[in-house]
Design a protein around this ligand. Structure first.
Ligand code: GDP
Length: 611
């Protein structure tokens, strides 16, 4: 398992005060937002600004007190002052948004201004998400002088009664939750499209759970009202069954009948979005350097990397330097969704940026920095973080660490995504799990469904810091891979009693860990070299995976296992190395085994605690 970060000092976000004592490390911890100024960081760490600037200089970053630095850099500075950094924006939902609001309110200079809401459209396949986005675009996005149609850059801004609304153009909960898993909550309101002739379907339910897990308000668009088969009352009943009680029935959820095809009800829907936005009091500070998130990125053959950034705070200007993950560059040109060149982009506006040195990833956080020097330092830090594995993966909630995380105050709820083979198993398991709630920790099934574990389940678990429990069902290959990279724990069960018992024990810290063997690589012995008294060195060719110095090794000859041991040496030519990848040759010494022969197969493995 990889460390939490380069310095091993990052931890789970918590609802606690900014500074606190963590029982785990005895280091005071500090919650750091995804970017902040040097002055703000100094304040958080209770040290002088000069001390922070000096520390940054040691990391080769020249900064002044108003300079904005990102989380990774701030965390490394915090570590040098013996603070354990916790990412602040990683927490999700209303809590995070209130925190963001609070942080915004404390912005110097009182520069907060209302900003347009950012809206994502979700719903079941074929219920009309794309058609609705098209209808809004056609009726509410003013064409440019040339009368050109809007270009697709991942988002667009519509105008209603002189007010703007930003629509993310990638409908569905997958993109929404993938972005949250990266630590960026970009959506303020979800439009849930439900076809009035088809009703609430599995992806409608998923969308509701995903929006709820993020604590984003939902507005229902009851679509396809033009169809004679439309039965809105039945759909309203189904929505109520799913826990969405609409206003007309005494609830709080706004439901607007529309027809995306005939373009009816659209302005009513948009006006209601503005109403919800007003209640949310969405604000940003346009006079600070830009922060945002990547909503689309591609490589253009002639223009190079094209990145659409959704600005979340601050203003992005032509010539600004950006650091995004391991990409950076100066903004050479910017285009809005009408393809028009612009010089600046304000909060909640999407803008296509030209000038990055490589294509960043969807969902990555964007930070405007002071210049090339700082950008390069950030990129280098992100690179190192990527190499050692993400803090997220190392610190995810698992049944074996949940108790420690509760004790450390890092976790107050166990969020479960429950997948079962048949619908009928869900309710009894959910009820038994939620009954395990104690004063210290709440157990909550945030999403359930029948069928295999999908990538979207994994993203939801990652974004919500939850885990996945499956009952008599499998994992789709894509989901398995994502779970590994995101560090999401998946537990499989075939007996309900064992499932509930394990979770109960885990909460009390009494779940005995189980171990699994992970084969990391295989190699074929192609030569044998005697090496004095030490024995023999096998010259091998790595046929699969990787060979690492710290792995355990099994020597096999025609399927017979001859030895189980560890490595006494691993060399490439004359140099000691830590790791050798597939397709390379290397020299391997097997501890306490001297009978190695050409043709033997070495299998390299590691024993890991089951997550
Ligand atoms: P998505 O999968 O949710 O994006 O659904 P689409 O927007 O692709 O729509 C699916 C199908 O439903 C298409 O054939 C649309 O033309 C049709 N459709 C969408 N909205 C309406 C509507 O309001 N009325 C009718 N009659 N058909 C619609």
């Amino acid at each position: 398992m990889v460390g939490a970060s380069k310095s091993g000092k990052t931890a789970q976000p918590s609802d606690k005060e900014t500074k606190e004592s963590s029982s785990k490390t005895d280091m005071p911890s500090v919650e750091i937002p995804h970017s902040l100024s040097v002055r703000e960081l100094a304040e958080l760490l209770s040290v002088s600004e000069v001390a922070v600037i000096k520390q940054l200089m040691r990391n080769s970053v020249m900064a002044n007190i108003n300079q904005i630095i990102d989380y990774a850099m701030a965390a490394s500075v915090a570590a040098s002052f013996d603070y354990e950094a916790r990412p602040k924006t990683r927490s999700t939902g209303r809590l995070a948004r209130t925190e963001i609001k609070k942080r915004l309110e404390s912005e110097v200079g009182g520069n907060l201004r209302p900003r347009p809401p950012i809206v994502t459209v979700m719903g079941h396949v074929d219920h009309g998400k794309t058609k609705l986005l098209d209808a809004i675009r056609q009726t509410n996005v003013a064409a440019t002088e040339a009368g050109s149609i809007t270009q697709h850059i991942g988002a667009y801004q519509a105008e209603v009664n002189g007010q703007k609304i930003t629509f993310l153009d990638t409908p569905g909960h997958e993109a929404f939750t993938a972005m949250r898993a990266h630590g960026a909550q970009a959506t303020d309101i979800v439009i849930l499209v439900v076809a009035a002739d088809d009703g609430v379907m599995p992806q409608t339910l998923e969308a509701i759970d995903h929006a709820r897990a993020a604590d984003v308000p939902i507005v229902v668009a009851m679509n396809k009202m033009d169809k004679p088969e439309a039965n809105p009352d039945l759909v309203k009943q189904q929505l109520a069954d799913a826990g969405l009680l609409i206003e007309e029935w005494g609830g709080e959820v706004i439901c607007i009948p529309i027809s995306a095809k005939e373009k009816t009800g659209i302005s009513d829907l948009l006006e209601n979005l503005l109403l919800v936005a007003e209640l949310e009091e969405l604000k940003a500070n346009p006079s600070r350097p830009a922060q945002g998130v990547v909503i689309e990125a591609k490589l253009d053959k002639t223009k190079g990397p094209l990145t659409t950034v959704l600005i979340q705070n601050g203003t992005l200007k032509l010539g600004d330097t950006l650091a995004i993950g391991t990409s950076w560059g100066r903004v050479r040109a910017m285009f809005n969704n009408k393809g028009k060149q612009v010089k600046r982009a304000e909060p909640a506006s999407p803008v296509e940026v030209l000038g990055l040195d490589s294509v960043p990833q969807f969902g990555e956080l964007v930070t405007a920095v002071a210049g090339e020097h700082q950008a390069r330092a950030l990129v280098q830090m992100h690179q190192q973080e990527r190499e050692v594995g993400s803090a997220r993966a190392a610190k995810a909630v698992t049944l074996t660490n949940i108790h420690d995380q509760i004790s450390a105050g890092a976790v107050k709820a166990l969020y479960v995504i429950l997948k079962t083979d048949v619908q009928g198993s869900i309710e009894p398991i959910r009820a038994s799990l939620e009954q395990l709630t104690t004063e210290e920790v709440k157990v909550k099934v945030i999403h359930s469904g029948s069928g295999n574990i999908t990538e979207s389940d994994v993203m939801l678990a990652s974004a919500s810091k939850g885990l996945i429990i499956s009952f008599n069902t499998g994992t789709e290959p894509g989901a398995k891979r994502s779970a590994e990279t995101e560090g999401v724990a998946i537990r499989h069960y075939d007996v309900i009693y064992n499932l509930v018992d394990d979770v109960g024990k885990a909460l009390k810290g009494m779940l005995a860990p189980t171990y699994v063997e992970v084969v990391e690589g295989r190699a074929e012995v192609r030569a044998v070299f005697p090496r004095g008294k030490v024995g023999k060195i096998a010259g091998v060719y790595v046929t699969e995976g990787t060979v690492s110095r710290s792995a355990s090794v099994r020597v096999k000859r025609q399927d017979k296992m001859l030895s189980e041991s560890t490595l006494s040496s691993l060399k490439r030519f004359k140099d000691d190395v830590r790791e050798v990848n597939t397709g390379y040759e290397c020299g391997v010494g097997v501890k306490d085994f001297n009978d190695i022969e050409i043709g033997d197969i070495l299998e390299f493995y590691r024993i890991e605690e089951s997550r």
